[in-house]
Design a protein around this ligand. Structure first.
Ligand code: URA
Length: 208
């Protein structure tokens, strides 16, 4: 069963409150989402693999540690794009793949309309990012696409989650751990997270 980690850190609480506020500007919303994503990534990458390297300091030759595992960030289009820069600030060598999913209006099935993924998914720590884990349907499909392309270690990273979405991921992909900045009350009739923060894509990109 997937573990669910809901972050409990004063900086994350504070920044989440900022982005929940409907008066927050597009600029501030985008910057703050990235700041939260960076703070979360710092903790989520705690189990990245390391290897020893020889480093000659100005004083002596010494053995030190360096990353032995790639990080691949995969935003689900389009709102996931809003979390990428914050993680790349921390991990500048991270590669970035993209997955686009739409909902078939007749069958309600999640369908892929775009996928461009880097090589090395099988060895990397893959961070699948999407600010809102609502019904979980897109994330289930995106995880399947990543697995079909060889990903072994997938972590789902969202700002705000609904219990309904968490349950859907746990059922479909029990091996994928879920990281949230907040777990909210649930979904309303329009499948918006309550209290949530509205439409994350619109708020990130100033569309309506
Ligand atoms: N997607 C969003 O952007 N917001 C929600 O509340 C649910 C899904």
């Amino acid at each position: 069963m997937s573990n669910v980690l809901v972050f409990d850190h004063p900086l994350i609480h504070h920044k989440l409150t900022l982005i929940r506020n409907k008066e927050t500007t597009t600029k501030s919303f985008y910057e703050t989402v990235n700041e939260i994503a960076g703070l979360m990534a710092y903790e989520i990458t705690r189990d990245l693999k390391l290897k020893n390297v020889e480093v000659e300091t100005p004083i002596m030759l010494s053995t030190q540690k360096t990353l032995a595992q790639d990080v691949i960030i995969v935003p689900i289009l389009r709102a996931g794009l809003g979390m990428v820069d914050g993680i790349r600030t921390l991990i500048p060598n991270a590669k970035v793949g993209h997955i686009g999913i739409y909902r078939d209006e007749e069958t309600f099935e999640a369908k892929q309309y775009f996928a461009k993924l880097p090589e090395g998914l099988d060895q990397a720590m893959v961070l699948l990012v999407d600010p809102m884990l609502a019904t979980g349907v897109s994330a289930v499909k995106a995880i399947q696409i990543l697995k079909d392309n060889g990903a072994q270690s997938i972590k789902l990273v969202c700002m705000v989650g609904a219990p309904e979405g968490v349950a859907v991921i746990q059922e479909a992909h029990p091996d994928v751990n879920i990281y949230l900045a907040a777990l909210d009350e649930g979904l309303n009739d329009a499948n918006y997270i309550v209290p949530g923060l509205g439409d994350a894509g619109d708020r990130l990109f100033g569309t309506k």
